[in-house]
Design a protein around this ligand. Structure first.
Ligand SMILES: [Fe+2]
Length: 338
C-alpha cells in the first residue's frame, strides 16, 4: 500500500487544496501554521491571485504564502518594499498571476527578483520575470531543473494533480529569461540607504543563499533554516554543479561567519513554516551542526523520506535546541575529497 501522511486540515483562504504530503509535517510547525493561517488579521487573498495568502509582517514587508505544489512543505516568498525599488525573494512554482499581485502590492515599483536556491518551490516562477538573480553557484543548477516540462512531475499519467489540487492552466509555460549569478556579499539597493546583501551559505544546495536586509534588520534564510526540518547535508545532487558545497561543513563554516554579524539583524524569515524567529537561533543551529560534524552518528532518530521522484531514502535527524531538526545523509556531512 502506498504510504501517505495526513495532517488535520488547515482552513486556509487559498483556492488550492492539499491532496497528500510526501512526509509527515512537524507537529509544532503545523499548529503554528494553523493558528497563523486561520487567525492572522493581516491575511488577505486578492482576486488577481487566489492561490497566494498575503501576510503583512512589517510596514514594508509581506510574506506571500504558497502551498507547495508537490508533496513538500508549504512555502514563503517575501516581498520587501524599499524607497525606490522592491525586492521579491523567491518565485514559488509560479501558480496564478503572481507578477500582477506583486505589482499591485508594490504600486508598480521597479522589482529586483532573487532566488535563495534551486528548489522548484522557490524558483519555477522565475519564468514570469525578465531577470532573476541568484548565487553564482546556483545558476546552472536552476537552469538544469527549470526547463520546458519542469512542472509535469506534479501530475500523474492521467493528468491528475498528485499532491495539490489546482488548475493546471494556472501554471506558467516555460519561457527564457535572464538568470544572473552573483558572488557572496553582492548588495542590492532598493533606493537611498536601503541595502540587501546576498549571504552565500551552501548546505541545503550548492548556491543556497540568505538575504540580509540591514535596514529592516531581518535575515531571509531560504531552506537552511526551517522549523519543520532543515533538510541540509543531503550530499551531492546527481548531475548538480558545485556539488562540493552541498554539505553541512560548508553550511557550518558560512553560518559561523554570520555569528559576528548578529548585531545587524533581529529576526529570521525562513522559506518554510515558522517566521519571525529570533536571531539567537543561529547559535543553536551552529551548535547542532558542530556536534554532527564532530560525530555524524550523534543523530536523535531516522526517518524514511519519500522524495518527489517517488524513491525513498533514510535521513538522520538531529535536534536543534529549542527548534526543529537538521536532517542529513551520510555523504552530506563533509565536503567531498578532491
Ligand atoms: Fe523549499
Amino acid at each position: 500500500m502506498e504510504k501517505t501522511y495526513e495532517m488535520w486540515p488547515i482552513i486556509g483562504a487559498s483556492k488550492a487544496k492539499r491532496i497528500k504530503w510526501s512526509a509527515p509535517q512537524n507537529q509544532i510547525s503545523w499548529t503554528y501554521m494553523k493558528m497563523l493561517r486561520e487567525g492572522n488579521k493581516t491575511m488577505k487573498v486578492y482576486n488577481i491571485n487566489p492561490y497566494i495568502e498575503v501576510y503583512q509582517f512589517r510596514n514594508n514587508m509581506y510574506g506571500l504564502f504558497n502551498q507547495n505544489c508537490d508533496g513538500a512543505g508549504d512555502v514563503w516568498q517575501y516581498l520587501i518594499i524599499g524607497p525606490k525599488k522592491a525586492m521579491l525573494i523567491d518565485t514559488g512554482f509560479g501558480l496564478g498571476d503572481q507578477k500582477g499581485l506583486v505589482n499591485m502590492l508594490t504600486d508598480n515599483r521597479p522589482l529586483i527578483v532573487v532566488n535563495t536556491h534551486l528548489g522548484p518551490d522557490h524558483s519555477f516562477g522565475n519564468v514570469l520575470y525578465d531577470k532573476v538573480y541568484c548565487s553564482e553557484y546556483e545558476v546552472d543548477n536552476i537552469k538544469n531543473r527549470l526547463k520546458p516540462g519542469a512542472w509535469d512531475y506534479l501530475f500523474d499519467e492521467n493528468g491528475n494533480n498528485i499532491w495539490l489540487q489546482f488548475d493546471r492552466k494556472d501554471l506558467p509555460e516555460y519561457r527564457d529569461y535572464e538568470l544572473i549569478g552573483v558572488p557572496d556579499g553582492q548588495v542590492f539597493n532598493l533606493g537611498d540607504d536601503y541595502d540587501i546583501e546576498l549571504v552565500w551559505m551552501g548546505g541545503h544546495s550548492a548556491g543556497m543563499s540568505m538575504f540580509l536586509d540591514r535596514k529592516g534588520r531581518s535575515l531571509y534564510a531560504g531552506d537552511d533554516i526551517c522549523s519543520d526540518v532543515i533538510g541540509c547535508g543531503s550530499g551531492p545532487k546527481e548531475g548538480g554543479f558545485y556539488n562540493e558545497y552541498c554539505n553541512l561543513t560548508t553550511y557550518r563554516d558560512n553560518l559561523a561567519k554570520l555569528v559576528p554579524r548578529m548585531d545587524q539583524f533581529d529576526y529570521i524569515f525562513p522559506g518554510h513554516f515558522m517566521v519571525n524567529l529570533e536571531n539567537f537561533l543561529i547559535l543553536n543551529i551552529l551548535e547542532a551542526l558542530n556536534e554532527i560534524i564532530a560525530d555524524p552518528t550523534c543523530f536523535d532518530y531516522t526517518v524514511e523520506h519519500v522524495r518527489s521522484t517517488g524513491e525513498t531514502r533514510v535521513r538522520m535527524h538531529k535536534f536543534v535546541k529549542g527548534f526543529g531538526t537538521i536532517a542529513y545523509t551520510e555523504n552530506g556531512v563533509y565536503p567531498p575529497k578532491s
